[in-house]
Design a protein around this ligand. Structure first.
Ligand code: KG4
Ligand code: ZN
Length: 350
């Protein structure tokens, strides 16, 4: 294992990285190579654990990561049919996320790094999401090279950012949410509607049977001259509409509420993307993060690059891919790496 930036490897060789993702409530382990090929990935979400509370309980999240991560790793090695001798480096999410959750992944990664004498590489979770469309496996291959520059809309339960990637590790945030994330807007309104937690997927399903024009929800900041987002006003409008209709909400009304509310989110997200394409003249756009699984958003932005839903959600494959690329550039962190719940101004620091 070398010091920061001091490691040599054969540049013509494909590198294999073992990756660990535990930034929020999904535990995920993967083995990925530097071409983006996912050799094995095993993930476990904690929806059943947090669902009854209507949101993530950080202590429960970290406790469950502790229990899940090593069994998942055993499964990953079994699937890949090889052992540590073929692993060149370990990649782990170190920011942003829940501190306790990040700490579980980092502690495991550090221990394995020392034990197996493998270099340790920290990966920014959002940078991972941005490269998810370029992963490949036996079911998915966009066959699109990740030649920068490209724009990235990263929409999840905790983040909503529109960024410009000028080259690998050079990411500029064009705009971000000023309050709630897009996924949070789905989850919080969905909770009021009794759809459980997280509610995005369920709202997406119900919306397919509803009328997008039934209710006129606000489209916050849609006309603003910047690339920022705001979803808390929309969430409040949803809640007020729910109170107004409370006794009259039958199946059709519920579907209409989901469709109209979802349409407002899709309108705002897609209009900012189109505006950014126009302004930057960069036509290649990736849409990623849990909300990128939304069928209406996928349909509206169909000209752009989406990962399949299982790489939209939090996963270790995307962390491994960025980790492998960093490894090839000799960007090694070593065991002094620390976790960070956030980065300044939500910039995606590689
Ligand atoms: O990226 P992710 O798995 O975790 C975070 O980093 O937050 O995103 C989870 C978010 C949740 O808010 C969930 O409701 C939302 O993604 N989500 C969806 C859909 N599937 C998941 N939102 C809208 N439509 C979907 N189909
Ligand atoms: Zn995420």
């Amino acid at each position: 294992m070398g010091k920061k930036g001091k490691i040599s490897h054969q540049s013509n060789k494909v590198s294999h990285v073992l990756a660990i993702e535990t930034s929020c409530d999904d535990t995920s382990v993967a083995i990925v190579d530097s071409s983006g090929l996912v050799l094995a990935m095993k993930s476990q979400n904690q929806d059943l654990i947090h669902g009854p509370f209507g949101g993530i309980i950080p202590e429960l999240a970290s406790r469950n990561h502790t229990m899940q991560v090593l069994p998942l790793m055993d499964e990953v090695f079994k699937t890949a049919s090889f052992g540590w001798e073929k692993i060149d480096a370990i990649a782990v999410t170190y920011t942003p996320g829940l501190l306790g959750s990040l700490l579980v992944g980092l502690t495991v990664a550090k221990t394995l790094s020392v034990l197996h004498k493998k270099p340790l590489i920290g990966v920014n979770h959002l940078e991972g999401h941005l490269y998810a469309p370029f992963l490949k496996d036996n079911k998915f291959n966009l066959n699109s090279t990740w030649d920068e520059p490209f724009l990235g809309l990263c929409v999840s339960g905790g983040h909503t950012s529109l960024v410009r990637v000028d080259k690998f590790r050079k990411i500029k945030t064009l705009g971000r949410t000023l309050d709630d994330a897009a996924g949070e807007a789905f989850d919080k309104f969905g909770k009021v509607l009794g759809l459980g937690y997280p509610a995005g997927k369920k709202m997406d399903e119900l919306a397919k049977k509803g009328n997008v024009k039934a209710f006129n929800f606000p489209r916050p900041l849609i006309k603003s001259n910047d690339f920022n987002f705001s979803f808390s006003g929309l969430k409040t409008a949803g809640m007020l509409k729910f109170k107004e209709l409370e006794n009259k909400i039958n199946g059709d009304v519920l579907n209409d509420l989901c469709a109209s509310y979802q349409e407002a989110i899709v309108d705002v997200l897609s209009s900012k993307v189109q505006k950014a394409v126009k302004k930057t003249r960069i036509k290649k756009v990736v849409v990623t993060g849990g909300v990128a699984a939304n069928s209406a958003l996928r349909e509206r932005l169909r000209d752009y690059l989406f990962p399949p839903p299982y790489y939209c959600a939090d996963n270790a494959a995307m962390i491994g891919f960025v980790g492998a690329k960093k490894f090839e550039q000799c960007k090694i962190d070593g065991i002094k790496l620390k976790v960070a719940a956030t980065t300044k101004n939500a910039e995606i620091k590689s």
